[in-house]
Design a protein around this ligand. Structure first.
Ligand code: PMP
Length: 447
């Protein structure tokens, strides 16, 4: 499989060799780490992308989730280019940031006030700081496998995800103030909350850890809302992926649960860099000069050279309008459901005991040697504990990923992916054919 991959991608191999002399591991984002090397892409449009060797891929990486409208959406890129030609950074307020804020607030009613950041990581960082400031409490509660970026409070070391220890380079004192609970464990949740009366916020990926790879029971989300409200703990929905994807109003619209604060990024900025934190006005007042003066204490500082960058603001405003007008979320979700069904059909035909699952416009692959799936259609993701993330057969998944690349499909590092509204029936056909061929390659290789 690796030989076939190398044969198709000599240009990527050459760039990867150079990259190893420049970047640790030769990469610029952990999720782009792939052995022997990842593809180098030079062009993308709609659901497809092309590498430097001219190979075409059906893309399910989806710009790490930023591309609900597909790559290089003509209207979004046109507006961004027009704004860019007028300047990329004014060092001043600008009209686009107002339109951007209004677009978010229209879609997400829990956002009464908003602040734009440059990334999702900055947004979750600020959300936790706002919560600490508002409640006067030090601790935050997070859930095993839930990802919120890489700042110190949300360390994403492999071990720290499971035992709560500090990831490399993070102060133990910071990690100690980030409590860990197991998703879907109602009893465990209450026990953690009962044991600590100094929790400022609970932060959660509302469709489950790593965008639903470890599924979250919507009843658990409702229980979390109830329990946190009772205790004066702020509930933060990290909608960096789910925002404007699972529904125009995000997971909070899809599940009818209203958080105190929400964080956004990715789709928010229409495929450009950008993030935001928004929510209750009284909590967001932690950032307000006048409110701080009235309280006779410091406000939370929030500089940031590229906060509400005009190009991102224009692209984001345009993307949010288009996705709301065109039913893009539902379209992508429907295509994803059809894709999951087709891929499970391939598994069933070949009697491979794995399963594709997921909801909305996402799909994930369950492949665990010790837990064969008799019927992929009867597979219940909620039956899996969060530790499965640790137990997955990484080498097999790597080889499947390479085999899919050889057959013209780019999946995420766990062999799942995200769809856009531009993915079509033809893409599903191509993906199902590629998957059948990839399974045959694995079988020939003895996997
Ligand atoms: N939260 C979630 C749920 C994410 O998936 C991510 C990024 N994958 C982040 C936060 C961090 O966002 P960013 O990469 O923009 O810093």
């Amino acid at each position: 499989i690796e030989a076939a991959f190398r044969e198709r991608t000599p240009g990527s191999a050459e760039l990867a060799a150079e990259a190893r002399t420049l970047f640790p591991s030769g990469i610029t984002h952990d999720a782009r780490h792939l052995k022997p090397y990842g593809i180098y892409v030079e062009r993308a449009a709609g659901p497809r992308k092309w590498d430097v060797d001219g190979n075409e891929y059906v893309d399910y990486f989806g710009g790490h989730g930023a591309l609900l409208l597909g790559h290089a959406h003509p209207e979004v890129t046109r507006v961004a280019a027009e704004v860019m030609a007028q300047g990329t950074q004014f060092g001043a307020n600008h009209p686009w940031e107002l339109r951007w804020a209004e677009a978010v607030m229209k879609l997400v009613p829990s956002v009464e006030r908003i602040r734009f950041t440059s990334s999702g990581t900055e947004a979750t960082h600020m959300a936790l700081r706002l919560a600490r400031d508002f409640t006067g409490r030090p601790k935050v509660l997070r859930f095993r496998t839930h990802f919120h970026g890489w700042h110190d409070h949300m360390t994403h070391g492999v071990a720290s995800q499971f035992d709560g220890s500090a990831a490399p380079g993070v102060l133990a004192g910071v990690a100690e103030n980030a409590l860990l609970a197991d998703p879907n464990d109602f009893v465990g949740l209450r026990a953690v909350l009962d044991a600590h009366d100094d929790i400022a916020a609970a932060i959660v990926e509302p469709t489950g850890g790593s965008t639903g790879y470890t599924a979250l029971d919507p009843d658990f989300l409702r229980a979390l809302r109830e329990e946190t409200a009772k205790r004066g703990i702020l509930l933060v929905f990290d909608e960096v992926v789910t925002g404007f994807r699972v529904a125009p109003g995000g997971a909070q619209e899809a599940f009818g649960v209203r958080p105190d604060l929400s964080t956004f990024a990715k789709i928010l900025a229409g495929g450009l860099p950008g993030g935001a934190v928004g929510g209750r006005r009284d909590v967001m007042d932690g950032l307000d000069f006048d409110a701080a003066e009235a309280r006779k204490r410091d406000k939370i500082g929030h500089p940031g050279t590229f906060n509400a960058n005009p190009v991102s603001a224009a692209a984001g405003t345009t993307a949010l309008r288009i996705l709301a007008e065109t039913g893009a979320c539902d379209k992508a979700s429907a295509t994803a459901a059809a894709l999951r069904e087709r891929l499970n059909g391939v598994l069933k035909d070949r009697r491979v005991p794995w399963a594709f699952y997921g909801n909305f416009s996402l799909f994930h692959l369950f492949v665990q040697a010790d837990r064969p799936v008799a019927d992929p259609f009867a597979f219940d993701p909620l039956s899996l504990s969060a530790t499965r993330m640790k137990d997955r057969p990484k080498e097999l998944i790597r080889r499947l990923r390479l085999a899919m690349l050889v057959n013209g499909v780019d999946l995420n590092p766990m062999c799942g992916g995200l769809l856009s509204a531009t993915h079509t029936e033809a893409d599903i056909d191509a993906t199902a054919a590629a998957f059948a061929e990839a399974l045959a390659m694995l079988r020939r290789a003895g996997d």
